[in-house]
Design a protein around this ligand. Sequence first.
Ligand SMILES: Cc1ncc(COP(=O)(O)O)c(C=O)c1O
Length: 379
Amino acid sequence: MSRHRVVTGEDGQRRAVESWLVSAGRDGRPGAPLNVPPIPASNFVLGDQRAYARDDATPGWEALEAIVGGLEGGESVAFASGMAAIAAVFDQLPVGSLVALPDDCYQGVVGLALSGQQRGRWSVQRIPVTATERWVEMCGVADLVWLESPSNPLLAVGDVDIICAAPRKPGTILGVDNTFATPLNQRPLDLGADVAVQSVTKFIGGHSDLLGGVVTVRDPTLLATLRQARELAGATPGTLEAFLAVRGVRTLALRLERAQHTAMALAERLERHPAVAMTRYPGLTGHPTHLAAVRQLAGFGTIISFDVHGDAAAADAVCARLRLIQHATSLGAVESTIERRAGIPGQEHLPPTLLRLSVGIEAVDDLWADLDAALIARL
Ligand SMILES: Cc1ncc(COP(=O)(O)O)c(C=O)c1O
């Protein structure tokens, strides 16, 4: 499943997004390097242009912002990490705000929200990802409505389209963590969100070799305050990281298409495996939010969460036996990675045998042979 998207390039030509991605963000002037090189500079010769990198950005971040902005359909601000990007959005809230947060979402965001609550900055209400009516209500009362869909790690797909279209209290920010979907599978700003966030560390970079984050918005005032938040907090992306992220994102469409095709095949096989108790993947017709995924996503993504039979030790043993699939955290890279999420401090509420698999670009049969061997040894 993939819906082809067409974008208008800097030259005014309409092209498939895959074609646009290959050359977006380039300088293009005669004699300029084809790709913006990493320029290690904190300061620049004074004149009427940029003076200091933290205040005025660098050409490398600007290239990354142009590309992610084009993908998400807005103006982007690049940050040092996904969490730095998300923290800058939370930082917009006046003291005493109400934050609506999904019951299943990235643990770092939960930590950020709860630490702000503890310090009296805002209060947090956790809402089930699929409780659409409650989300719609929250749009009328909360100051920040934070969505993550598909959710991490339970892969529930919320009714992002319905929630984004619900009337909002004036000043309410509706933000979507779009990391799992990527802007190729979902464009929250088109649906009516104010903010779309990417942890560039994941699919945009795609090679497990950098940390980065991007916030994309359409409102010019919000854009200016986010840039200011970055400047004041000094949460700026690194020069090399921005360069690597731009290099990585050139192949996003190719990587994603391949990996989600493989993910679908693996999910179908896992579902039938005798050592597997439950498989969560939005592409499976039996997935509780499959229909929402079909309606809203251009692809089902590359993450599968599955529970093995037995206990936590049995699930750990599966991870330890894998040879091709790396036993590592994080996701969205060329290599497949797996981890038992409940083993992470703060994640004990998750099913103890749940393994989150991020499918990479390896050959499907090699991945399956690795998984099957690790699972069969359990029986
Ligand atoms: C969905 C999601 N959002 C945000 C983040 C935070 O990104 P970063 O690690 O780049 O700070 C992560 C990291 O795992 C994530 O999975």
